[in-house]
Design a protein around this ligand. Structure first.
Ligand SMILES: NC(=O)c1ccc[n+]([C@@H]2O[C@H](COP(=O)([O-])OP(=O)(O)OC[C@H]3O[C@@H](n4cnc5c(N)ncnc54)[C@H](OP(=O)(O)O)[C@@H]3O)[C@@H](O)[C@H]2O)c1
Length: 284
């Protein structure tokens, strides 16, 4: 059940393809003022044109940021605040998987930087805006890939031992633990925060790892759910009155479900928070 979102501002990171794109389109259809993020002006412009055409709505715009640069996350926040005086729903969706260990310009392992540190920084820098627009919502697109992983504080960036599955699983676990920790920190406010596993979805995920992987994406889609289905729970958490006031949960198929036992480790979540503050220079 989607409510009319007229007058509400929704920021969807990674709105150029996959789950973020469909989420942006569907929220625009129910009259939300939608802002997507894109990595380049050109891609942003193309996506906005397509989204407007498909939704039949003009209330969609783009802001530019590559999440592997913390400076671009900060610039995005400045630009967002300059253009919009409220934020009702923040959807941390942008994410990727990196088959080979690479470092960002900030010198941080790419998976941890883009999937965990960027949404951590973005959310914290926008928190004031969310609180002043409350009731407001944060939706973190995590994954069941978090299951079976731990936060490897001794080798967080896979310096000694990199496996893309571990790096991705750890980053998605970090998304879930960030959700729970933020919920604890937001107690008493009217800002809710929930995480979601969208299912195994036929998107462009993995396509940044070369032509061979891209060649397999259409085959992969044969056993994945389609993107519209994959975006359903994200849209539900962003817009349904059924989850008014619901916070600190992990959702799949429009239902709160248990996340892994480790994801509930409050000490590890606090430590992850502190490490993320340090690595983003949030307090400096
Ligand atoms: N597909 C699945 O089966 C699945 C399952 C569980 C969870 N998820 C999660 O769902 C979310 C969306 O993924 P998707 O499946 O929809 O994949 P997708 O089609 O590849 O879309 C990912 C989006 O994130 C953006 N993005 C990636 N890296 C970025 C960066 N460094 N800076 C800024 N934007 C970046 C992409 O921008 P570009 O268009 O520029 O690449 C794109 O808009 C991810 O967080 C993923 O972990 C997906």
């Amino acid at each position: 059940m989607k409510r009319n979102m007229s007058g509400k501002v929704c920021l969807v990171t990674g709105g150029t393809s996959g789950i973020g794109y469909v989420t942006a389109r569907e929220l625009a259809k129910v009259e939300a003022n939608v802002v997507i993020t894109a990595r380049s002006e050109e891609k942003g412009k193309r996506s906005v044109e397509k989204l407007r055409a498909e939704s039949g709505k003009s209330n969609i715009n783009a802001l530019i940021a590559d999440f592997s640069f913390q400076s671009q996350v900060r610039k995005l926040v400045e630009e967002f605040k300059r253009q919009y005086d409220r934020l009702d729903v923040l959807i941390n969706n942008a994410g990727a998987i990196y088959f080979r260990r690479t470092l960002t310009q900030d010198g941080i392992e790419m998976t941890f930087a883009a999937n965990q540190l960027a949404p951590f920084l973005l959310t914290n820098l926008l928190l004031e805006r969310l609180v002043s627009s409350a009731p407001a919502r944060v939706v973190n697109v995590a994954s069941n890939a978090h299951e079976g992983h731990v936060i490897n504080f001794d080798d967080l960036e896979g310096e000694r031992n990199y496996s893309f599955m571990n790096a991705y699983g750890q980053s998605k676990l970090a998304n879930v633990m960030f959700t729970y920790e933020l919920d604890r920190r937001l107690a008493g406010s009217e800002v809710t925060v929930n995480a979601v596993h969208p299912g195994y979805v036929g998107t462009n995920m993995g396509g940044n790892n070369g032509w061979l992987v891209r060649l397999f994406l259409p085959i992969n889609r044969l056993w994945a759910i389609d993107v519209d289905q994959g975006a359903e729970t994200v849209i539900y958490l962003a817009s349904s009155p059924e989850v008014d006031g619901v916070s600190g949960k992990y959702y799949y198929q429009n239902k709160a479900v248990p996340s892994s036992p480790y994801s509930h480790d409050e000490n590890a979540a606090k430590r992850l928070w502190e490490v993320s503050v340090e690595m983003t220079g949030l307090n400096s």
